[in-house]
Design a protein around this ligand. Structure first.
Ligand code: GCO
Ligand code: MN
Ligand code: MN
Length: 389
């Protein structure tokens, strides 16, 4: 039987990119398997499945060579479709990877014309997003990288990237857009190596900007899992720094090509810890699914895919609530916390340091304590696998 609390609602802030539900299944070995859907049709699809928001790259909505008149017509029709389907535009982004001009990067390219054009294109995309009230602007530097490091010194790339972000922050201020920029890291694909390969790299970089308060991160499950990292740890670090401006939810088996799988479908346990973290800390931003349906699907299957992303999130959210209320889990956690309280407070200063230096610790006795994490993890598995009700 369907549970009501598994139905997506606006308060869940579930969003999809036009490029996600609009993905036609093309891959390096095979052509598209689904026909093109227009942005208006895609918004209708999102309305039908119960999504809250839609995001777009500039050229998902307006073709790169569109004349100004054509642009205005597309914008008008899209706005109407969003209103009719009760869909908002929380985030906008720019495509700096598809066109051949970006074959050796955008902001980090060796060619100053490419760097200037990339800024111009990004400012145009910011204008477009602002027309729809987007509050977050995502920057994913898909082509900012190398196949051979003979092409430039990597620290030069960092400097160029910084110059570009500083410039865009100024434009944001001058236009009064109020965007928060969210930088999205990925270690590789489409370049052999992409600069700023992890969320952690961007977190360090942001502090070197002229307006660091305007810039945060957009971690993606697949991008952390590709190199075998822990997404929840990356997200937690960003959150703790006040930098979790957006999130891309999908799934990915480590070490493989960029799979963009339905959220939670490859590693439900990792997805559980991620959802639990977001809900526990009260993350209030969009839950954006940056994934796409299997190549085996038609558009009915795309709807199944989109509904599945949201449903899995809500199932895991409910499981997280159970986890937090579970009596045995609470007992073990209380035990862990009481041990923390017993530790003498670390005070700074000469006297406190002398006190700590002379404190007796029974290293062997401490090391001999069992921590009951096996039990804790199995209780988690019981909840996840439905053995605990
Ligand atoms: C990818 C990326 C992109 C970005 C998008 C937003 O692996 O292709 O995840 O989907 O998220 O370009 O800027
Ligand atoms: Mn991705
Ligand atoms: Mn992404």
């Amino acid at each position: 039987m369907e549970k009501n609390n598994l139905a997506p609602a606006p308060e869940h802030k579930f969003s999809f990119g036009l490029w996600t539900v609009g993905n036609r299944g093309r891959d390096p070995f095979g052509d598209a398997v689904r026909p093109t859907m227009s942005p208006v049709e895609l918004v209708q699809l999102l309305g039908e499945v119960g999504a809250w928001g839609v995001n777009f790259h500039d050229n998902d909505l307006v073709p790169i060579d569109a004349a100004p008149g054509e642009r205005d017509q597309i914008v008008g029709e899209f706005r109407k479709a969003c209103e009719e389907n009760g869909i908002v535009v929380p985030m906008a982004t720019v495509n700096l990877f598809f066109d051949p001009v970006f074959k050796d990067g955008a902001f980090t390219s060796n060619d100053p014309d490419v760097r200037a054009y990339s800024l111009q294109k990004t400012m145009g995309a910011m204008d477009l997003g602002a027309e729809f009230g987007a509050e977050t602007f995502v920057l994913w530097g898909g082509r900012e990288g190398t196949e051979t490091d003979a092409c430039r010194r990597p620290d030069e790339a960092v400097k160029r990237f910084r110059e570009a972000i500083n410039y865009l922050c100024d434009y944001n201020k001058a236009q009064g857009y109020g965007y928060r920029f969210a930088l999205e890291a990925k270690p590789n694909e489409p370049r052999a190596d992409i600069y700023f390969p992890t969320t952690g790299s961007y977190l360090a970089f942001i502090e070197t900007l002229e307006s660091p308060e305007m810039v945060g991160v957009n971690p993606e499950v697949a991008h952390e899992h590709m190199p075998g990292l822990n997404m929840t740890h990356a997200v937690a670090q960003a959150w703790e720094m006040g930098k979790l401006f957006h999130i891309d939810l999908n799934d990915q088996t480590p070490g493989r090509y960029d799979q963009d799988l339905r959220f939670g479908s490859a590693n439900p346990l990792a997805a559980f810890w991620l959802v639990k973290f977001l809900e526990d800390v009260g993350y209030s931003g969009p839950r954006h699914f940056d994934a796409h349906a299997y190549r085996t699907e038609d558009y009915e299957g795309v709807k199944d895919f989109a509904k599945g992303c949201m449903r899995t999130y809500l199932i895991l959210k409910e499981k997280a609530e159970r986890w937090n209320e579970h009596p045995q889990i609470r007992e073990i956690l209380a035990d862990i916390d009481s041990k923390n309280e017993a530790v003498p407070m670390m005070k700074h200063g000469k006297e406190a340091a002398a006190e700590l230096m002379s404190s007796p610790f029974d290293r062997k006795e401490i090391a001999a304590r069992g921590l009951r994490y096996e039990r804790l993890d199995q209780l988690t598995m019981d909840i996840l696998l439905g053995a605990y009700n």
